[in-house]
Design a protein around this ligand. Structure first.
Ligand code: ZN
Length: 198
């Protein structure tokens, strides 16, 4: 990349670290950014900085939020005795979009993957078990139906069952390897309503 200025090369290099962005796309984006009006480029840069600086984990459900406790956990209208376990904040957003779930969530920030060296301690599992010391009726496991998601679901059900809390798994309908965020609302709702006790 010697034929570019050092600044452009640096921008391309940073962009190409993003998931799904190869060298070619990174170059295209870099030139797009350079040609943006200055204010727009500044707005993009400060949105990145501000998001990275100010977003934190909700102290209850561990979703990404601007506040100490997220709006869902803060809402007294929600059923705080039903906890849906999801892999990440994007999955939480998918369920919220379908608007039919009134419980609260627990965000794991990943799934157990022996292949990638991600064990139970690398995700927010201890935090989930801690929450179950409170007044909880049901844990709904909504991890993806990938190998990692299934492994995580099994692991959680083994942890939760001895505490005598109902554990259920969202029904099939969420395709294997499919990201929850890509699934339409009807499918999500059917998966939620058709959940089975583990
Ligand atoms: Zn929360």
């Amino acid at each position: 990349m010697d034929y570019y200025s050092a600044n452009i090369s640096k921008l391309i290099e940073e962009l190409s670290r993003l998931p799904g962005i190869g060298a070619k796309s990174a170059g295209r984006l870099a030139f797009h950014i350079i040609n943006m009006p200055k204010e727009q480029a500044n707005a993009l840069a400060s949105a990145i900085t501000s998001a990275r600086e100010n977003i934190k984990y909700c102290s209850e459900c561990f979703t990404l939020t601007d506040e100490d406790v997220c709006p869902i956990c803060k809402n007294p209208q929600r059923d705080h005795k039903t906890i849906m376990v999801v892999e990440n904040t994007k999955d939480l957003a998918a369920y919220e979009k379908c608007g039919k779930y009134n419980g609260v969530y627990h965000v794991l920030h990943g799934a157990i993957s022996p292949m990638l060296g991600i064990g139970p301690n690398e995700i927010k599992l201890k935090e989930l078990i801690n929450r179950l010391k409170g007044d909880v009726n049901e844990v709904i496991i909504a991890t993806n139906s990938s190998l990692e998601g299934e492994t995580t679901a099994m692991y959680i059900s083994k942890l939760v069952k001895p505490i005598n809390i109902k554990v259920s798994r969202i029904a099939s309908g969420v395709p294997v390897g499919g990201d929850l965020e890509c699934i339409d609302e009807v499918t999500l709702l059917r998966a939620l309503e058709g959940r089975v006790e583990m």
